[in-house]
Design a protein around this ligand. Structure first.
Ligand SMILES: Nc1ncnc2c1ncn2[C@@H]1O[C@H](COP(=O)(O)OP(=O)(O)O)[C@@H](O)[C@H]1O
Ligand SMILES: [Mg+2]
Length: 600
């Protein structure tokens, strides 16, 4: 198993051309319905009940006309109306139960699937998200599951109910008048033909229209996000016209969809009413010459309309079911992706191992760049309690070293070890619990400051959070925020400077109190004062800990026990600052322009 054979999720373009999904993939949904057996059985019962009642309605109509009007008897009319009313009450009750239960099931199952998919996604190897666009994955979580919700919660029961009533109505038609029934049966394909023909066109156009609306949305989203760049380069006019053309394109597609739909509706209405007129003519002559009662004719028309509506519903809903099958298939596919980073069956106890890291002849390339190694035969030892500084030009592979230690990827050859044990023999969680990483661009979540710090140790008390913030030289600025530790960060919250963000990340690492610390130094983001404070905070954090630091500052480098120089994914030299100045031309060069200002 290698990191390369990640199966990419089909892209949006591919999806558009995908043939309609087989309905059989809907069977996967059954396992999600299983836990709610009593509910869906009750829903089925209610559905059968209402379907039978609506068939009975036709008999009620017949009774009303033949006994009430026909006989001219007020008492019989009253009776017939009462029967119809009772039917209506039962029908309402049954519909209430069916609708409630079926919608409940739709919501419940889509919630369950949403949770299952998310729970699965967060365990997947990070490279999965490099080969699959995150927008695509989140749209499965939202759009695809919502589609399933409407299917389970309405379309499916509509299809079932319509099939039941159609079959029932056909039987009733046959019983009422065999000759007329032949007219109905003959007309059904006539009505279906335009629905199938134009329906397909309409469906294709509505998908295209949805896609173009999505384009409009993402275009606007990007412009809003980068509004300062747009205004700074005074590109408003240009953006307006590009956006306008996207909108017009969407309108154009929508227009042809509307046209097709209008033709479809007109054709169906024309056909349905023509068929009805023919039926009325044939049936009417039968009533006049006495071979059929008026009630029978009324009941017949009632059932014929039921068949027409049932067939229309089923053919309309059939497309929905196909889309749902597609959604189910995509969700199942996502659920079946196996993480490439997994725990062994029997994992060693990471806590019992010495906090010593080593790279042994590690060669690695990122899955998206199979023929460009990011590390080549890389070996390095990080002894327990010591501090190793990594230096090297940009793109040398320093951050890649961090990624491999956290086991976001497995190397193609060689070993990464913790306390002389291959990290693949540990559970990834146990391994990562030994580590804390302060990244160059710290990750803060859109919640309050305390929650962000507590991400390092969720059960920490408020006092411990404040302690950690103090140790990270962050307490002072946090206290000055509008709501102190409860201030909200992120889009709608306060914006922090680079140095402040970094100190929150450091506080998070301090709170986690790991045995191994990994720091990606950021100098450019910091002004002199916060650089001094971040430096102080880091020094405190590094005390008595195994530390690997991607170093940009001379002070950090001098503080390290050993310095490793990386270039093009290889370790080119290692030793003390003085040694390297003489031994490594690359280090001397880096030192001359990277560290000069600071040493001056
Ligand atoms: N996720 C990734 N996918 C593909 N290539 C990557 C990825 N991350 C880094 N690289 C490539 O790997 C090489 C090493 O990158 P990196 O470890 O980030 O360098 P450094 O941190 O030393 O600047 C670079 O050529 C970079 O373009
Ligand atoms: Mg880097």
């Amino acid at each position: 198993m290698s990191a390369v054979d990640v199966k990419p999720v089909d892209s949006a373009e591919e999806k558009k051309e995908m043939p309609p999904k087989k309905l059989s993939s809907l069977f996967h949904l059954l396992s999600y319905l299983k836990p709610y057996k009593s509910r869906w059985m009750a829903a089925m019962a209610a559905l059968l009940f209402t379907a039978s009642l609506s068939l009975l309605m036709g008999q009620g109509v017949k009774l009303l006309i033949d006994s009430g009007f026909g006989e001219g008897s007020l008492a019989l009319l009253n009776q017939a109306v009462l029967v119809l009313l009772a039917l209506a009450v039962f029908m309402a009750l049954g519909t209430f139960i069916r609708f409630y239960l079926v919608s409940w099931l739709g919501e419940r199952v889509s919630a369950d699937i949403r949770t299952a998919v998310f729970n699965h996604i967060v365990t997947l190897h990070p490279s999965y998200f490099e080969t699959n666009r995150s927008g695509e994955i989140t749209s499965r979580l939202t759009t695809d599951t919502t589609l399933l919700q409407t299917i389970i919660g309405s379309s499916f029961s509509l299809a079932l109910r319509s099939s039941l009533t159609t079959v029932g109505a056909l039987i009733m038609l046959f019983i009422t008048n065999g000759k007329l029934m032949l007219i109905v049966v003959g007309c059904v394909p006539l009505v279906l033909l335009p629905i199938l023909f134009y329906g397909k066109k309409v469906k294709r156009l509505s998908r295209a229209s949805q896609d173009s609306i999505a384009n409009v949305g993402s275009y606007a989203g990007e412009i809003i996000q980068n509004i300062k760049a747009v205004q700074s380069y005074t590109q408003e006019q240009q953006e307006k016209s590009v956006f306008g053309s996207h909108v017009e394109e969407a309108f154009g597609i929508a227009k042809s969809r509307v046209t097709q739909r209008a033709i479809l509706m007109a054709a169906v209405i024309l056909l349905v009413f023509t068929a009805l007129s023919v039926m009325l003519w044939v049936g009417g002559s039968d009533v006049i010459n006495g071979s059929m009662t008026a009630g029978d004719l009324a009941a017949f028309i009632f059932y014929a309309l039921m068949v027409a509506m049932g067939v229309a519903t089923v053919s309309e809903v059939f497309g929905d079911l196909q889309r749902a099958a597609g959604a189910t298939e995509r969700l199942i596919e996502l659920l079946e992706v196996k993480s490439l980073i997994t725990a062994p069956i029997i994992s060693a106890d990471a806590n019992a191992l010495p906090a010593e890291l080593a790279f042994k002849q590690v060669s690695f390339n990122y899955p998206s760049r199979p023929d460009e190694p990011a590390l080549k035969s890389f070996s390095l030892v990080l002894p327990e309690g010591q501090c190793v500084a990594l230096v090297g030009p940009s793109g040398a592979g320093k951050s890649t070293v961090f990624e491999l230690i956290q086991r976001f990827y497995d190397p193609q050859s060689g070993l990464v070890t913790l306390g002389n044990k291959d990290i693949r023999e540990l559970s990834p969680q146990a391994l990562r619990q030994q580590l804390a990483v302060v990244a160059q661009q710290p990750t803060l979540f859109t919640s309050d400051v305390a929650t962000n710090i507590r991400y390092g140790r969720p059960n920490a008390t408020d006092e411990e959070v404040v302690e950690a913030a103090k140790a990270a030289y962050a307490h002072e600025f946090i206290s000055q925020l509008p709501n102190g530790y409860n201030s909200f960060l992120g889009e709608q919250g306060v914006r922090l400077s680079g140095g402040q963000k970094q100190r929150i990340a450091i506080a998070r690492a301090i709170l986690k109190d790991p045995r191994i610390l990994m720091l990606d130094e950021a100098t450019s983001a910091l002004d002199t004062e916060s650089e001094f404070k971040v430096q102080k905070a880091l020094e405190r954090l590094m005390e008595n800990r195994t530390t690997l630091i991607i170093a940009h500052r001379l002070s950090t480098i001098l503080h390290a026990d050993t310095i490793a120089v990386l270039d093009h994914g290889q370790l080119v030299a290692q030793g003390s600052h003085e040694h390297l100045l003489k031994a490594s031309a690359l280090y001397a060069k880096l030192a001359s322009y990277q560290f000069k200002e600071q040493s001056a």
